[in-house]
Ligand binder design. Structure first.
Ligand code: CAA
Length: 296
């Protein structure tokens, strides 16, 4: 509807610039899609120069592959690339119409970032978080205008996965929600909407499934290969649950299970002992070369 107040005329179609806080796997994927598909100017912020460099190298690789696969022309690649810039802190950033925070799942860090963003930016900027399990309402409490804060949860790998879960917090305005849904569409994504509850929809269902697969392994019900093959070929999933857990990161899976367990208080969300053990050993999955499987 167009019954919004006359003081604010922002719509997703006049969003021209995006700032992505955090140049990790998720942040880079989001920025890439924003620059190439939605044709936005994208600014990455990361306090680690090493991470920025690594992230940009990954982004370049993905863009070159897009050309090789015919998803864009060489000119479009160069154009997308020219729309991308980096800075190392929020204080150095230029203004942006839309911000997506994609740093690690650390509540204190996210609250600090939202407070700093509020100080730096004009009132109209929408501040979205890519959190997978932290309360949007809580993150919004650190912002000057909680009505402009929203959850925008992308799936990994962002350029490939079609879905974005959109999560309004308790104070999110209808306008913020509408603009976010429309922007996700401009980025070529399909949206679903969830209440602001632990795990939203995707992780509320996915993580107990992965956790149960680790329990099945722990109990010796079957080998890891047979657990994965059963679910991959038996229920038509692109990956079995244990392979998927390694792909997501066992630390991330464990952290989300802990949030479900502590916030919902139900023993059915208790993390598998074996999952905790692997994380304690530093076996975090593909990213460390060893998880449930050995990638060396
Ligand atoms: N970044 C960008 N692109 C990637 C990628 C990455 N990290 N990993 C794979 N891809 C691309 C590949 O490059 C390939 O692209 P092309 O078509 O251009 O070649 C494409 O994905 C398909 O890859 P492959 O052909 O190598 O292999 P595949 O067909 O087995 O697909 C997969 C790989 C897309 C990852 C597929 O296995 C899959 O869909 N797995 C399930 C992923 C999933 O469930 N993700 C959600 C995780 S949960 C989450 O994200 C929420 C959370 O909060 C934890």
């Amino acid at each position: 509807t167009s019954s919004t107040s006359s003081t604010c005329s922002t719509t997703a179609s006049n969003i021209k610039s995006m700032c992505v806080v955090g140049a990790g796997q998720m942040g880079i994927g989001i920025g890439l899609v924003a620059a190439r598909v939605a044709k936005l100017n994208v600014q990455f912020i990361d306090s680690s120069p090493v991470q920025l460099e690594k992230g940009l190298a990954f982004l370049d690789k993905l863009l070159i592959k897009d050309v090789n696969k015919g998803r864009c022309t060489e000119d479009e690649r160069a154009e997308a690339k020219s729309r991308i810039s980096t800075v190392s802190s929020i204080s150095e950033m230029a203004s942006a119409d839309f911000v997506i925070e994609a740093v690690s799942e650390n509540p204190e860090l996210k609250l600090k970032i939202f407070s700093e963003l509020s100080e730096k930016l004009s009132g109209d900027t929408i501040l979205a978080t890519n959190t997978s399990s932290i309360s949007i309402t809580k993150i919004a409490s650190a912002a000057r205008r909680p009505e402009n804060v929203i959850g925008m949860h992308f799936m990994n790998p962002v350029p490939v996965m079609k879905l974005v879960e959109v999560i309004p917090g308790l104070q999110t305005s209808r306008e913020t929600l509408d603009i976010t849904l429309e922007l996700a569409k401009r980025m070529g994504k399909v949206t679903t909407m969830s209440q602001d509850v632990p795990g939203f929809i995707a992780n509320r269902l996915l993580m107990p499934y992965i956790n149960e697969a680790v329990i099945a392994l722990q109990e010796g019900i079957a080998t890891k290969e047979d657990i994965d093959t059963t679910m991959k070929l038996g229920t038509n999933n692109p990956m079995g649950p244990l392979t998927l857990a390694d792909f997501i990161g066992l630390d991330t899976c464990l952290a989300i299970m802990k949030v479900l367990h502590s916030e919902l208080g139900d023993s059915k969300y208790r993390p598998a002992v074996l999952l905790q053990k692997y994380v304690d050993a530093g076996w975090l999955g593909v990213k460390t070369g060893r998880g449930i499987y050995d990638y060396h």
